[in-house]
Design a protein around this ligand. Structure first.
Ligand SMILES: [Zn+2]
Ligand SMILES: [Zn+2]
Length: 343
């Protein structure tokens, strides 16, 4: 599938060392090994978790490292022994960057919780580059109707909210609250609406009210002006609160807004403790649960559901060479809502 004189080098944006600034470098285009494909990257979302690579907050990262786990592109070359995928096929790679097939969880089919889970952009070079190598167990097929820049954020922010909600036990008509109207929350509200829930959005300040309603919330709670837990209780209590905002304090404050048998699902990653008393959980048999992303087949479900329902991320795009600026924009918390690099 080589066509004429193709350049043998490509541009990549790498983190040279933990905590160091991004560098744009020229690299050899890598070759896929057995069980791997090469992807011509078309778009790569910038996720807050890319800070793990940038700042070195994940143990054992070897540098230089190219971040990026919201990758959308085309299969460009197949390694030895690869079947079921073809050159030119549209694929994505999300947080689930590979599993070992041998640990206890994999042997039970619970690949999402593989003890040796690989993550693109952490365990190996990710999508902030023109070509990347991925193991086939990390690949998700992308439907034709989704463009690459829209598909990319669905592979982390999208799958995380979609997959958590669809396993939450909430039934159509149930009150589901989404805490945070941001990168994850704006997708969570849309999915919750499309799943047939009665959706409450919780944020701080009045400025997100209009957008939250446009995305599908029928109740908007300004957590700065009123006590969100009380408002939820007034509406009968939430069957599920999807906690997308990375604020342990905000999560602690909404727990009393859960209905009996209600569940707080924790997505927003922070290192601060959530405060809750045993009494809060015992009365009403309430649950607090964390949720991590999903497998590539879960990603395919997410993408197909987005195609079916019209759920789309709101994005700001930047060309690859402006990755440092794009990353700073994401970290500022001011982006609306996902920042995506395009190649
Ligand atoms: Zn992510
Ligand atoms: Zn495993």
């Amino acid at each position: 599938m080589t066509t004429g004189k193709r350049s043998t080098t490509m541009r990549a944006v790498q983190v040279p060392a933990a905590g160091a600034e991004f560098q744009i470098v020229e690299r050899e285009i890598p070759e896929p090994g057995p069980g791997q494909v090469r992807i011509k990257v078309q778009a790569c979302g910038i996720c807050h978790s890319d800070a793990l690579t940038k700042e070195g907050h994940w143990p054992g990262i070897s540098y230089p490292r190219v971040p990026g786990h919201e990758v959308a592109g085309l299969i460009d070359a197949l390694g030895a022994g690869v079947s079921g995928w073809r050159a030119g096929q549209r694929v994505g790679v999300g947080w689930h960057g590979g599993h070992d097939n041998t640990c206890a969880e994999c042997r039970r089919g619970d690949f999402r919780n593989c003890r040796n889970l690989k993550v693109a952009g952490i365990s190996y070079d990710g999508g902030y580059q023109e070509y990347m190598i991925a193991p086939i167990e990390a690949l998700a097929a992308i439907p034709d109707s989704l463009n690459a820049a829209e598909a990319a954020p669905l592979l982390c922010a999208g799958i995380t909210t979609y997959n958590a909600l669809r396993h939450s036990g909430a039934l159509p008509g149930d009150l589901v609250a989404v805490l945070g109207v941001g990168g994850l929350g704006h997708l969570g509200i849309q999915f919750a609406k499309q799943f047939g829930y009665r959706v409450a959005a919780i944020a701080r300040g009045p400025q997100d009210a209009e957008l939250a309603k446009k995305l599908g919330a029928t109740i908007y709670i300004d957590g700065g002006a009123e006590r969100a837990a009380e408002v939820l209780r007034r509406h009968g209590g939430a069957h599920v609160i999807l906690a997308t905002a990375p604020s342990s304090k905000a999560m602690s404050e909404v727990i009393d807004g859960l209905a009996p048998n209600g569940r707080l699902i924790v997505l927003g990653a922070t290192a601060e403790p959530i405060q809750v008393t045993p009494l809060q959980l015992i009365s009403g048999s309430r649950t607090i649960q964390g949720w991590a992303s999903g497998t590539p087949t879960d990603s395919e479900d997410t993408l197909r559901f987005a195609e079916l329902s019209g759920v789309r991320p709101m994005i700001e795009t930047y060309p690859l060479e402006r990755a440092a600026e794009a990353y700073a924009r994401m970290m500022s918390g001011k982006a609306e809502f996902r920042v995506v690099l395009t190649m």
